[in-house]
Write a protein that binds this ligand. Structure first.
Ligand code: AMP
Ligand code: ZN
Length: 457
């Protein structure tokens, strides 16, 4: 567990999406890990300040904007809106700050000037580069990967940087021509490198030294290694106390990536029948955040079952008014489970382990509670625990929406509407036909006194 630099206040920075396309479900594995972390920290500390940046300028965005003949903002706005919408779909708590790189150009320029003064930045052909040899701690975070660096390795090393003193050096400021998208600054006309964005925005909003910085494992090198080099060379202070990275979401054993054509977005999956609650559970709780998760129908199905088991139990407990009394052994069992849950979460955010404890308790209590009735002391203990579990897991509100019928794809909803209208008009054969169409789509319809109800097969 982190000991915050400022008493009772945790400062958390998480690398956000590059908004040149809608974020894919792999990105959301990382964002959900960060959401679970944030929620747990909020239970443990009086105050958490969470900053997530939006990278709204990079080569691809510029290329796309130029091709479309509009500015950066017009290019990124729809993807930023889509990102916020997906956060809501998955019940991810919004950061207090979503700084956009394009709004922090002055901070970046000032930071680059500090690096020049410190002797770790140099100009070459109008661009400014970081001199890795000038920072003795380079490689501390990523170890061998930084030492083994060759041009083009590690993913995001730009191939167009001919003017560097050393292959390890990276661009802080990239010169651009008068007709290209860029900013006229004290460094000349250009645009920022990717890494300087996060150093400048995190330090502007959280201070030069803060507690936690997160991302996916592909951020470790070069992105976070370079952020450390930039920030620490400029300030002479430790940049971040703890770095945490989540492993990949994969599909068929491969990393999901926008460049791989194997990705799906959150609305794609919801339209194909995935429930947001189950997606959330699968991405956040099916495996420890340091272990890869494979996306498959089976893993989604298992997550759906877990969510339903939890929600059904929760409904069962809250649906029966307790009777007066105290079953001491039961109260004790619930308290033990709650302590185990907390210990697992404190142990490097072991949510799968914590949920294992919850489901063991549910198994025992479901057996004991055939009549559904609890003694009032156990009832309060259990409701308190279930509230804590969901404060971290964040699925019950999604389940409630889904059960209220709000999670259908547009096509399914349209079919249900057509059937409702057909019944209102007493068109029974049409209503039967639509029932079959829906059944083929995995939706069972029943007619009740209050109209038609649907559930998934
Ligand atoms: P990007 O938009 O590419 O900058 O990525 C945003 C975040 O998603 C970063 O923290 C990445 O590390 C993370 N990320 C990208 N692909 C995956 C994946 N397949 N699984 C988990 N996290 C990912
Ligand atoms: Zn970043």
């Amino acid at each position: 567990m982190v000991a915050p630099l400022e008493e009772g206040h945790v400062r958390l920075y998480t690398c956000g999406p590059t908004v040149y396309a809608r974020a894919h479900v792999g990105n959301f594995r990382t964002f959900l890990f960060e959401d679970i972390l944030r929620r747990w920290l909020e239970r443990r500390f009086a105050r958490v300040t969470h900053v997530m940046n939006l990278t709204d300028v990079d080569d691809k965005i510029i290329r796309q904007a130029a091709a479309a003949g509009h500015g950066l903002h017009a290019e990124t706005a729809p993807f930023i809106d889509a990102f916020y919408e997906d956060l809501r779909t998955l019940n991810i708590r919004p950061a207090q700050h979503f700084p956009r790189a394009t709004e922090y150009i002055e901070e970046m320029v000032a930071l680059i000037e500090r690096l020049e003064e410190a002797g770790v930045a140099y100009r070459s052909a109008g661009s400014v580069y970081y001199r890795v040899a000038g920072f003795p701690h380079y490689g501390r975070l990523s170890g061998a990967r930084a030492e083994g660096l060759v041009a083009g390795a590690g993913g995001r090393v730009d191939a167009d940087e001919y003017d560097k003193e050393d292959v390890r050096d990276f661009a802080l400021w990239k010169a651009v021509g008068a007709d290209e998208i860029g900013w006229d600054t004290r460094l000349g006309r250009g645009r920022p490198g990717w890494h300087i964005e996060c150093s400048a925005m995190s330090m502007a909003l959280l201070g030069e030294s803060f507690d936690l910085h997160c991302g996916g494992v592909d951020n470790i090198f070069p992105h976070h290694e370079n952020e450390i080099a930039q920030s620490e060379a400029a300030t002479g202070r430790q940049f971040v106390q703890i770095w945490s990275h989540s492993a990949y979401l994969r599909i068929g054993g491969e990393k999901i990536a926008k460049s791989m054509d194997n990705f799906a977005t959150v609305p794609d999956l919801v339209a194909s029948g995935a429930r947001p609650s189950a997606l959330r559970y699968m991405l956040a709780a099916a495996a420890h955040y340091r272990k890869p998760v494979n996306y498959s129908d089976e893993s989604l199905h298992a997550a759906t079952e877990s969510v339903d088991r939890l929600a059904d139990f929760d409904a069962r407990v809250r649906g029966h008014p307790p009777r007066a009394g105290e079953n001491e052994a039961r109260v004790e069992r619930i308290a033990e489970a709650r302590a185990e849950f907390g210990a697992a979460m404190d142990d490097d955010l072991n949510l799968p382990g914590a949920m294992g404890t919850v489901f063991s308790l549910i198994r025992v209590l479901n057996r004991e509670l055939d009549d559904g009735e609890l003694d009032s002391a156990s009832y309060s203990a259990l409701v308190g625990f279930l509230d804590e579990v969901d404060d971290v897991l964040g699925v019950m509100e999604l389940v409630a929406n889904e059960r209220a019928g709000n999670s259908l794809s547009e096509e399914d909803r349209a079919l249900l509407d057509l059937r409702r209208v057909a019944r209102e008009r007493c068109e029974w054969s049409e209503s039967d036909r639509l029932r079959e169409v829906l059944a083929d789509r995995g939706i069972v319809v029943e007619d009740t006194g209050e109209g038609q109800r649907w559930r998934r097969l």
